[in-house]
Design a protein. Structure first.
Length: 366
């Protein structure tokens, strides 16, 4: 299987299946000397851990990470960092019957057509547990960005069509409710709606918004490795994501140039923008403003409501999917969005180190 790697300079490769022995990641390109411990990684992994409320899968996994290489005496060595999380409570029997048919909204059919067979236990590589490796690697990238004063903050903007009111915005509230919504009133409405969908054996989708602050100007390349293009690829590579927009996004298509353009102004002696319709990116490069984007998350396809499908014998059948599944993916995907954003930024920041000869000369002539 190709396509399990991400990045050009700061590279990662994730591995493992939902019901295999474990999942993990290898990072290549991390500089030496970064203070790093398993605790640093665990903080982010705990945010995507299953079984934290009735609105997530009830599969109980500690998701405890083990650093296998690349760290010595609490600091990175500059060699590949390998991390593993063992699967301890997989129940493959829950999935035995799906070997013979194709679940709507899943990659069962496409895996069979592409590879000739598939690991049907929980979706194999297509499972959401693949994101454990992304989050573990993202935690390392976040540590690097912290050294530069860059902050990434994602949250649920909308779930089941219920959107936050920015007049009630409180980022601390997002850490206090099971939906990661920075609006207490919206979270209450989502709880009622989501509970209704659970009773109906159904699921809901939503929108995650992410704000990246304090990014220096000029990060991103001008053609194929544009910052917004790489962010789009990174976020769209998350299994449940079906849409991406940055800045005003699709609303820009309805605007005119005069109102869509961000005017430049001088503030505190520095060039800045009066507005941020561009979402912090111009010409594929960061412009010094907050980078703001949104990701559309589809409803969980594994639902126990009756659905129509076909089996491998070509027969029309009705199914009701068994197992432990998320009634909604959005809350647990928030940290995955942050992780992929961090990985994208670090990779492009490292790539940017070779953009100017004067800075290369200054660095090596010290």
């Amino acid at each position: 299987m190709a396509g399990s790697t991400f990045g050009n300079v700061f590279k990662i490769m994730t591995w493992g299946e939902s019901h295999g022995e474990g999942v993990g990641v290898v990072i290549d390109g991390c500089p030496a000397g970064l203070e790093l411990s398993e605790k640093d990684i665990q903080v982010m992994l705990d945010r995507r851990k299953p079984g934290q409320s009735k609105f997530t899968t009830q599969r109980k996994e500690a998701d405890e990470v083990k650093i296998m290489s690349g760290v010595f005496e609490g600091k990175t060595t500059g060699t590949p960092i390998s991390m593993v999380v063992l699967n301890k409570t997989q129940r493959s029997a829950d999935y035995s019957e799906i070997a013979s048919y194709y679940r709507p909204g899943h990659a069962d059919y496409t895996f069979d057509e592409k590879y000739g067979f598939r690991d049907y236990r929980g979706g194999g590589r297509s499972s959401g547990r693949e994101t454990i490796g992304r989050v573990a690697a993202g935690a390392v990238a976040v540590k690097i960005l912290e050294q530069l004063g860059i902050k990434i903050q994602a949250y649920s903007k909308e779930i089941g069509g219920i959107a936050i009111d920015y007049n009630n915005f409180d980022i601390k509230e997002a850490q206090s409710n099971p939906f990661t919504m920075p609006d207490k009133e919206a979270a209450k409405k989502v709880e009622e709606y989501a509970s209704q969908k659970i009773n109906e054996c159904n699921s809901v989708g939503g929108i995650i918004e992410c704000v990246i602050s304090n990014v220096m100007t000029g990060i991103g390349e001008t053609v194929f490795d544009k910052l917004d293009a790489n962010l789009a690829k990174a976020i769209m590579s998350i299994g449940a994501v079906k849409g991406f927009e940055i800045g005003d996004g699709f609303a820009a298509a309805k605007a005119d140039g005069l109102h869509n353009n961000d005017s430049f102004i001088i503030k505190d002696g520095k060039v800045t923008k009066a507005t941020n319709h561009s979402g912090g990116v111009l010409g594929g490069m960061s412009d010094g403003s907050d980078i703001v984007f949104r990701a559309a998350i589809k409803p969980t396809p594994s639902i126990s409501a009756t659905q129509q499908t076909v089996n491998k014998s070509g027969e029309d059948i009705e199914i009701s999917i068994k197992g432990r599944h998320d009634p909604m993916i959005v809350p647990r995907a928030v940290v995955v969005v942050e992780a992929m954003s961090a990985l994208t930024l670090v990779d492009l920041i490292f790539e940017n180190m070779t953009s100017r000869i004067d800075r290369i000369v200054d660095f090596y002539k010290k």
